[in-house]
Design a protein around this ligand. Sequence first.
Ligand SMILES: [Zn+2]
Ligand SMILES: [Zn+2]
Ligand SMILES: [Zn+2]
Ligand SMILES: [Zn+2]
Length: 306
Amino acid sequence: MREHWSLLLDKPDQADKAAFFKGDAKTVTPEQTIERLRRIASVVVPPASREVFGNIAKHRNKMVHFVHAGEAGANGQEELEKVAEEQCAGWLALRTLLSEWPEFASYQRDIRQVSTKMERYRAYLRKAFEAKQPELQAHRRAGGRVIACPSCFFESVKVEKPHGSIADASCILCRFFHGSEIEVACPDPGCAERIIFTSGDGPPGACPTCSAQISKDYVSETLDTGEGVHKDNYFDHVSINCPSCSGYHTVIEHHNRYVCSECYDTSDTYGVCGYCSEGQLGGVPEHSSWVGCEFCEGNAGRHADD
Ligand SMILES: [Zn+2]
Ligand SMILES: [Zn+2]
Ligand SMILES: [Zn+2]
Ligand SMILES: [Zn+2]
């Protein structure tokens, strides 16, 4: 809409201004919207978020056609829990995007209100949460920590032993938070207080103790234990992209593990694409020289264009 109103239409070339502003025009599908945002406005919606938005759209379509099975049946409770998990994950994905888009800065109040309304859906997960208590207790007894999930908000994330400043952390209640907990020191040397955040929430904008500003660049420099590029490794150095957030060269090394400095996705490994020679966090597909990676189309793409 900010680029041009006609981009909201299914066929911008057949745009009719009067019809559009009367609300009488065929608009784009969510998939098309995401594609147009990427191609025209350079706004990237990460693949994982696309998937979760797609799931929610499917439920919505079933509801309008009165065929949603979630309301009844033998597996009713299970179905409801699944939908609630997906809604929580969808809201986390949307919240993250909204906080990154300055165009939505004046909507903070509405965003908070939606968050409050989401609490209603959490109720469907309470039973499942109670059933998980023994597993969480066992983790605590073994010396592990349990923290709140950024997606479903229950205290249901098991934090594993840290590797440097990063510990794997996954929610055992909803299937959507598989991330990490990260610790850095406050950038103000006089404070140096520990700042802990999850990959779901990202770092706070400021230190909670002294209000010193915390930028993603600061976190990235602090976590980066890699060598960086210099004249002796210039030709062997592989820049690594992140397929989770489509981050270009955003992956840094942290004590032999790899972490994206944009979305904080982590992995023990990365792969090198056989076609574009760029690194990709977590690995590249088999036959990457033919199929490419998340960032290139490989040889198959080239032949398709011929
Ligand atoms: Zn969760
Ligand atoms: Zn501080
Ligand atoms: Zn990333
Ligand atoms: Zn590639």
